[in-house]
Design a protein around this ligand. Structure first.
Ligand SMILES: Nc1ncnc2c1ncn2[C@@H]1O[C@H](COP(=O)(O)OP(=O)(O)O)[C@@H](O)[C@H]1O
Ligand SMILES: O=P(O)(O)OC[C@H](O)CO
Length: 494
């Protein structure tokens, strides 16, 4: 007893991590699953793959830890957000593949709803922008494109859930249909002021209220796992979307605290406390976490390409074999050249929200080669973060704290973290524990079960690995950022 199991169901893989009561990682297991791209701009997952990899990695992590279910006090779940699953309540069978957050198939639906004047209501009530990124239009698409689905949904036979709800349903043998407030806040169907599903938005998007899960706190009772799954029923006590779980895992509990997670994309969240802040700079307003019925809000900036630009150097340009090689190349780049890469491979996210523009490189010379490309690629991550940082500083009168906490796979790159600090003109803190997302989910569950202490005690356990401090002089910083802004404007104008 006393151990905590975190399930981290991500976009490309599922992971299970066993923590001890002191939140130290004991063992972990990870499994990738297939991505389906049935048409350009469409991205799907098979919900049974999500479930099978979660069940398998959970068993594998327990085995590696040398523990059984009897040693596990509770489970915390964290998940890729917005991804949409619709299933039959009686059979538990999905009616369609999961439509993934990256999927753009509902762009035309969003454009039509915008023409009807829905955008202001979406932003006012949900804190989001009317965009295919979120779940609402994906649910409508399934009901309108799967034969008989709408009629079945209207008869109350179908259930909708983000990935957390789907996993809870499977783990509890269909006895619990629930989600937490952070995941609900990403659906475009949830009123973040009233803390309830919004009947008007559900009507406008054609989603019957009967399909929706019950919304609970992020630390709450989400039922017991089927005893036969892991050998004993384990209580599920924590749930949060992955970027929110990382915010919690980074102990960003005080207003003004800010984290950025650098994986495939980058997601920055600024804690704005119990007051909701409306962005004037095209950031999202979201729920960072909800404890004891009280939501804590955040401003969020989402960048779609961060670590993915390094994958492009490796798999697209083939100028590196492994991500770690970028550092040596960037160091070797000709300082006289100043390539600017705008990695709008799938459009630009916050604060531009330009789904249709595509990437560009500026400043090429005959001497531009792999080293200059690598340097420009790593720098693009810093520049994009500065865009978010500037929007956050402008949006929040409280004044964002002048330190950025970072996590995610790409923070392994010291070069990128140093440039990030240089271009922000602010310290960048990398913690010792980089399993921040799983840690956040584990803590939520552990606190709810009484295994872990409250936010203050957890904050004290946050430990610094390395602080990067700005080395660039101010005029260089300003000149370089101005050049980036010109490059972005030129890319969007093309
Ligand atoms: N040393 C490194 N230098 C630069 N990028 C890196 C390095 N190590 C990992 N990355 C990038 O980090 C990303 C993986 O981070 P991870 O947090 O596992 O992402 P995700 O959860 O989105 O799959 C990859 O896109 C990879 O290119
Ligand atoms: O699964 P990740 O880490 O790519 O995160 C995806 C985000 O939750 C999408 O909003």
């Amino acid at each position: 007893m006393g151990h905590i199991l975190a399930i981290d169901q991500g976009t490309t893989s599922s992971r299970a991590i066993v923590f001890d009561a002191g939140l130290k990682v004991i063992a972990s297991a990870q499994e990738e699953f297939p991505q389906h791209f049935p048409q350009s701009g469409w991205v799907e997952h098979d919900p049974s793959d999500l479930w099978a990899t979660v069940a398998a990695t959970t068993r594998a992590a327990l085995e590696k830890a040398g523990l059984t279910a009897a040693d596990i006090a509770c489970i915390g779940i964290t998940n890729q957000r917005e991804t949409t699953v619709v299933w039959d309540r009686a059979t538990g069978e999905p009616v369609y593949n999961a439509i993934v957050w990256q999927d753009r198939r509902t762009a035309a639906i969003c454009a039509r709803l915008a023409e009807q004047g829905l955008a202001p209501m979406v932003t006012e009530r949900t804190g989001l922008l009317l965009d295919p990124y979120f779940s609402g239009t994906k649910v409508g698409w399934i009901l309108d494109n799967v034969a008989g689905a709408r009629a079945r949904a209207e008869r109350g036979e179908l259930a909708f859930g983000t990935v957390d709800s789907w996993l809870i349903w499977k783990l509890t043998a269909g006895t619990v249909h629930a989600t937490d407030a952070t995941n609900a806040a990403r659906t475009m169907l949830y009123n973040i002021d009233r803390g309830a599903w919004d009947a008007d938005l559900c009507k406008a998007l054609g989603v019957p209220l009967s399909m929706l899960p019950q919304v609970r706190d992020s630390a709450d009772d989400f039922g017991l796992t089927r005893p036969d799954l892991f050998g004993r029923a384990i209580p599920i006590r924590g749930v949060a979307g992955d970027q929110q779980a990382a915010t919690v895992g980074q102990a960003c509990f005080a207003p003004g605290m800010l984290k950025a997670t650098y994986g495939t994309g980058c997601f920055a969240l600024l804690n704005t406390g119990t007051t909701r802040v409306a962005s004037q700079n095209r950031l999202l307003t979201t729920i960072a976490y909800q404890l004891k019925g009280q939501p804590t809000y955040a401003l969020e900036g989402s960048i779609f390409i961060a670590g993915a630009v390094v994958q492009w150097l490796r798999d697209g340009l083939k100028v590196i074999r492994a991500a770690g090689e970028t550092q040596g190349l960037a160091d070797a780049a000709d300082p006289a050249q100043d390539l600017v890469l705008v990695p709008a491979f799938t459009g630009l996210g916050a604060p531009y929200w330009q789904p249709d523009c595509r990437g560009a490189v500026f400043g090429l010379t005959r001497n531009s080669g792999p080293a200059e490309f690598a340097k420009a690629a790593l720098e693009s991550v810093g520049f994009q973060t500065r865009d978010l940082w500037a929007a956050m500083q402008a949006d929040w009168a409280g004044g964002a704290q002048a330190v950025l906490r970072v996590d995610g796979g790409m923070t392994a790159s010291d070069w990128t973290m140093q440039f990030l600090s240089d271009i922000l003109g602010a310290p960048v803190d990398r913690p010792k524990v980089t399993e921040t997302t799983a840690l956040g989910a584990a803590w939520l569950a552990g606190m709810q079960s009484g295994v872990c202490g409250g936010p203050e005690e957890f904050s004290q356990s946050w430990a610094l690995d390395r602080r990067f401090t700005p080395q660039m002089d101010e005029s260089t910083r300003d000149a370089r950022y101005t050049r980036w802004q010109r490059a972005v404007q030129a890319t969007m104008a093309f």
